[in-house]
Structure formats: structure tokens, C-alpha cells
Design a protein around this ligand. Structure first.
Ligand SMILES: [Zn+2]
Length: 230
């Protein structure tokens, strides 16, 4: 029984509502959560899992596509409550996720802070503080582009750098489903670079988007933006 379950985690953001889409890969042996939301999101993840008749206690792995706080913010709480869950990330992102190197997003935000107009500085500072409060977590298994796992009948790790240097996507081979993290997002029925203004290397991000498209996936699941059926 191989299933892909897309979670809808809704939240208030300023005056509007936001939504992110962690994904669960389920088979007879494995239950893999791909990305786990912002700091404080563990209860929301648990609720969304329960709505799909799943339980976080049965997760075997959590794969983090990249170091950003909206993808790994809840990782520390998840690992503390369910210490058996194996944390997976790319070799390149591992050093940031585990706190050995300062988050690149925090570096970017701190650099931008000096050039912000006065009235935006409080927001910039608040963002820096959010990033500083993300708790690092040790990565149990480091993966690279092309690595294959037996989850859901067979999955391939696809290196999709650009948004961050070690960003990864996951391709579910049999079902021909691509899980992009922040390497792509749907816009007016097309697949585009997700939040290009935050891409740490926009040229690489463009190459990664083209790489994703070469798979000809039947379904593309984006963390921001949800499902696209090309
Ligand atoms: Zn994101």
C-alpha cells in the first residue's frame, strides 16, 4: 500500500491566511514526512496527520528539503517528542540544520537589514529574531543527488540547489510524482521558481526548475502552492 498524502497546514499570517504543504510518503515499512513547518507547528502537524488517520508516532523518517525555518522550525519539537524518527537532509544543508554553520537565511536577512528603509527595520529585526530562535537538530542521514530509497515503492533524491545551496526534491518513481520543496511553485498553471527574491543563487534555481521539468512528472507537489498536474 503505497500512498502519498499532502498535508494542508493553515495559519494566520499578518491579516491573511497562509498554507504550507508537508507531504507524507507511506508504505508497509516506512512513513516519511517531508518538511515540518514553522517553529511551534508540531500540534498543527499532529492534527493534520490525525485528520488523515496517521500518527506522528508512526513516522520513521523526516526529510528536510532545506534549512529554512518554515521547513525545519518544528523539527526540534518533533524529534524531542518522537526521538526514534530519523532526520534526513542533504550533506550540504546538514551543517546548517544541525547548527554547525549559521543559517544562510539569517545571514541574508542581517545583510538586508542595513539597507532597509527606517519604517521596515522593526519587521526586518523581528524576522532575524525568528530565524535566531530556530532550534538546530542533528541530521541522522545525509543524502545526495541520485540517492535512491525504497519509500513508496522507490524514491530518488533530486539535487535542486538555488533557493539554498543544498536544497533537495524527492521523486516518487512509480507514481511519477515530484515533491519540490521550495525549488518550484505553481503560478497560473505553470511551474515557476518559488519566491525568486529569496533564492540564494537565482541562476542555479533556474537550472533546478528545468531539471524538475525534465522528469515529466504526472503530479508536482509544491510546499508553497500545493499540487500542479501538468
Ligand atoms: Zn519555504
Amino acid at each position: 500500500m503505497n500512498r502519498i498524502i499532502v498535508l494542508n497546514i493553515k495559519f494566520k499570517f499578518d491579516k491573511s491566511e497562509g498554507v504550507v504543504h508537508p507531504v507524507v510518503l507511506l508504505d508497509d515499512k516506512n512513513m516519511v514526512l517531508i518538511d515540518c513547518g514553522y517553529t511551534g507547528f508540531l500540534p498543527a502537524i499532529e492534527r493534520a496527520m490525525e485528520e488523515n488517520n496517521l500518527n506522528c508516532g508512526n513516522l520513521t523518517h523526516v526529510l528536510i528539503t532545506h534549512q529554512d525555518h518554515d521547513h525545519m522550525g518544528a523539527l526540534s519539537d518533533l524529534k524531542k517528542k518522537y526521538p526514534h524518527i530519523q532526520v534526513i537532509a542533504s550533506k550540504r544543508e546538514s551543517a546548517y540544520i544541525s547548527g554547525k554553520i549559521k543559517s544562510l537565511r539569517l545571514e541574508q536577512a542581517e545583510k538586508m537589514q542595513t539597507n532597509l528603509p527606517e519604517e521596515q527595520k522593526p519587521f526586518g529585526l523581528a524576522f532575524c529574531n525568528i530565524l535566531k530562535n530556530v532550534q538546530p537538530v542533528k541530521v541522522d542521514l545525509e543524502v545526495s543527488d541520485g540517492d535512491v530509497f525504497d519509500w513508496c515503492g522507490g524514491c530518488t533524491i533530486i539535487g535542486t540547489p538555488g533557493h539554498t545551496p543544498g536544497h533537495i526534491s524527492v521523486y516518487v518513481n512509480q507514481k511519477q510524482v515530484m515533491i519540490t520543496g521550495d525549488a518550484a511553485t505553481p503560478e497560473k498553471g505553470e511551474l515557476v521558481i518559488c519566491n525568486p527574491q529569496y533564492a540564494l543563487d537565482i541562476k542555479e534555481a533556474g537550472e533546478s526548475l528545468r531539471k524538475i521539468m525534465t522528469y515529466g512528472a504526472k503530479e508536482i507537489i509544491c510546499y508553497h502552492g500545493g499540487i500542479l498536474m501538468p
